[in-house]
Design a protein. Structure first.
Length: 319
């Protein structure tokens, strides 16, 4: 069974590790990118809104906007943005979340100072007025007489954190689904790669056991298909050579059996390999094999000439 193959699990686990590592790296990079881009996107959005509210702020600073505090409050509630109008001396004219009469002077606020020194200012800090961290963007309002004041917009950083959490959750869910699909797909890929190798392993084992007629299907022209074809050729070659050897052995056995001369073949340890019928009659040997010659024959001349021939390494004759 493929699932019991160690090669299958090595291949599949390597693939799974690669998928998981890739998913973690991509997730980390996306997380870093989001943490860098979301605050910037929020600041850009606040900048656009300050430009949109510039005319309204100018009316407020010149006193042309009746019931300014109520209108600021309604705009803030509708847009979910804190809106503050600040005079150049730092006094708060109107605020969408707090009564300006009880608010402290804002001349020392970093974003206000930057806006008065240039055109825009931004900062992220804990608000002493609303008691949570906020992202601020300020824009100076200019008139013929110079700077009229500063329009400041702010949003809680928790809004950015919620967006980041939502996006991160979506990415994690998508990554989990993607990894699961990839792992399921990896099972089929690993099986497709492992199955031919397992089949070739069994075929090689059959060749070792003497089953030379085993043939493998060649399903592709790649290295695996070429290996299957090579094993098929090897099996056919071995079957042919062994058949030839058997025919030669049968022919030799028939020739030796028909000879009137006695023929005895032994191995280096004097174990009998072959005895033809003439030898059994002439030397009084039993027609057996796999026994040492001195176990079935006590003829000193025969044993002596065998010993001498082995030691001297040449052909000896004796009568």
């Amino acid at each position: 069974m493929i699932l019991r193959s160690r090669f299958f699990w090595k291949l599949y686990l390597s693939y799974a590790a690669l998928v998981l590592v890739t998913a973690c790296i991509i997730g980390f990079l996306v997380q870093v990118m989001l943490q860098a881009t979301l605050p910037s996107a929020a600041q850009l959005d606040l900048k656009r809104k300050t430009m949109f509210l510039e005319s309204f702020a100018a009316q407020g600073f010149t006193g042309a906007a009746p019931d300014l505090q109520r209108r600021i409050f309604e705009l803030g509630m509708a847009s979910k943005i804190r809106i503050t109008l600040i005079f150049p001396d730092g006094k708060v004219l109107a605020d969408s979340l707090e009564d300006p009469a009880v608010m402290e002077n804002h001349a020392d606020r970093p974003e206000v100072k930057e806006a008065l020194a240039g055109s825009f200012g931004e900062d992220t800090r804990y608000s002493q007025t609303v008691h949570y961290k906020m992202l601020y963007f300020a824009r100076a309002s200019h008139g013929p007489e110079g700077v009229r004041g500063v329009l400041r917009l702010a949003i809680p950083t928790s809004d950015i954190d919620r967006q980041l959490f939502h996006i991160r959750s979506t990415i994690i869910a998508g990554a989990i689904i993607g990894v699961a699909v990839a792992l399921i797909f990896g099972v089929f890929v690993a099986q497709r790669v492992t199955a031919p190798i397992a089949e070739m392993t069994r075929a090689a084992e059959d060749l070792c056991q003497g089953h030379y007629d085993r043939r493998l299907p060649v399903r592709s022209a790649d290295e695996i298909g070429r290996l299957a074809g090579t094993l098929n050729l090897l099996g056919a070659e071995l079957a042919g050579r062994i058949a030839t050897m058997r025919r030669d052995q049968e022919q030799l056995s028939a020739i030796l059996s028909g000879m009137v001369e006695g023929v005895v073949a032994v191995d280096p340890e004097d174990r009998i390999l072959f005895v033809n019928p003439a030898a059994t009659r002439l030397l009084g040997l039993s027609p057996v094999s796999d026994k040492k010659i001195w176990e079935i024959s006590r003829q000193e001349d025969l044993l002596s000439i065998l010993s001498r021939a082995r030691k001297e390494g040449r052909i000896l004759r004796s009568e």
